[in-house]
Design a protein around this ligand. Structure first.
Ligand SMILES: [Fe+2]
Length: 380
């Protein structure tokens, strides 16, 4: 059950205004796009100058490249100042938000974003969404959203009656309205508001960013602090360095509440991706003995043979805080770096331990909003 939070009022289909002269976010995105496609003149005509099949990938590229600009620093200020004034509370913010381009007639390529709400797509109810357009958004090029009450009503009925998508779409179309904003504004909503797109018949591309925050103690569901979220104005991620002749091993386990259902193949993919980014081969892989409380990890730290251990995530470390801190302290003392691959965090100093603990204890609510809805509906 979601408890009242002060952000609920502001994010109940609210609007955030920011100073676009001070924070020229649209211009920075356009420059980034022009690095790939110099012929693009404006974001809303981008479809005239490039193959629209490449737009999705371009969004991914741009959102990573924006880290080399002031974009995210500015965004942290825009959002951080707003939240600070609203609640004064600490929040985490999404590390890699989504930049989206909605081209005209996207339905002809089968790319209409379906109607959905946050809890259906992995978001916990402790998340709040900021949807920020960088082109004028209106009518069919904008996101279509529902008010809270029809969203809740449709949610309840669609689950109870197991509607097919046509029925969900039909009911949402009766109640939705287009978000109408200009650059310099953002739309604020939470995870129960149903939203989606319709075929864009405006002849203009819409460019927007969606970014989520997690409130302290809030329910993250499938969006993990550390990998999905970072603190505002900070990123604990580091670039790894490996020296010739150092001993590197990978480590997998199934003890953690987040990792116990993450089978080896998927854990390995995360570590392989990290190795690829770092430019090293995938090293020898240890798998701990399930149900013996990470005992091999502790054993590996008994002497200073190993220089680097690559763990899938900070959630691969024990859930028990005392044990987790003891292991990290032992690694720091032995000069063995613990690489938390999913978070890009390296534990090598006392400060790193504090950072990991900050993220690990930011919330303790690991309940599921989908299970909660079922309980509400069926009284399970
Ligand atoms: Fe969404």
């Amino acid at each position: 059950m979601q408890h009242f939070h002060p952000l609920m009022e502001l994010f109940n289909n609210g609007t955030l205004n920011y100073n676009k002269e001070m924070y020229p976010l649209s211009e920075i995105i356009l420059e980034c796009v022009q690095n790939h496609y110099p012929e693009v003149k404006s974001l809303d005509t981008i479809h005239e100058s490039m193959d629209t099949n490449e737009l999705f990938e371009l969004g991914h590229k741009v959102n990573r490249e924006l880290y080399n600009t002031d974009f995210y620093k500015m965004l942290d200020h825009v959002i951080g100042d707003y939240i600070q004034q609203a609640t004064g509370e600490e929040v985490l913010i999404q590390r890699f938000p989504s930049i989206r381009f909605l081209q005209p007639n996207q339905d002809e390529q089968g790319k209409v974003l379906q109607f959905h709400q946050g809890r259906w797509v992995g978001n916990g109810l402790g998340l709040y969404t900021i949807w920020m357009p960088f082109t004028a958004c209106y009518e069919s090029n904008s996101m279509q959203i529902l008010d809270l009450e029809p969203s809740r009503e449709i949610t309840r009925k669609s689950v109870l009656e197991q509607w097919d998508y046509e029925k969900l779409n039909e009911e949402c179309l009766k109640h939705c309205w287009p978000i109408t904003l200009q650059p310099g504004q953002a739309h604020l909503f939470w995870q129960e508001h149903i939203h989606g797109n319709i075929p864009n018949r405006t002849g203009k591309t819409r460019c927007s960013l969606d970014i989520r925050i997690l409130v302290k103690g809030g329910q993250p569901h499938r969006k993990w602090p550390g990998s999905y979220f970072r603190p505002l104005h900070k990123d604990f991620a580091k670039k790894p360095e490996f020296k010739q002749g150092e001993n590197i091993v990978a480590y997998a386990e199934y003890e953690g509440m987040k990792t116990k259902k993450l089978d080896l193949y998927f854990q390995t993919l995360v570590v392989k991706g990290y190795c690829q980014r770092a430019g090293i081969p995938f090293p020898y892989q240890h798998g701990d003995n399930e149900s013996l409380g990470n005992h091999y990890l502790e054993y590996l730290l008994k002497d200073d043979t190993i220089d680097h251990i690559l763990l899938t995530s900070m959630f691969s470390l024990p859930d028990d805080a005392e044990k987790r801190i003891r292991i990290m302290k032992k690694a720091v003392a032995q000069n063995c770096k613990l690489h938390l691959c999913n978070e890009d965090i390296i534990v090598e100093t006392a400060e790193d331990i504090e950072n990991v603990e900050y993220l690990r204890t930011f919330t303790n609510d690991w309940s599921s909003p989908v299970d909660q809805l079922e309980e509400e509906l069926y009284g399970k």
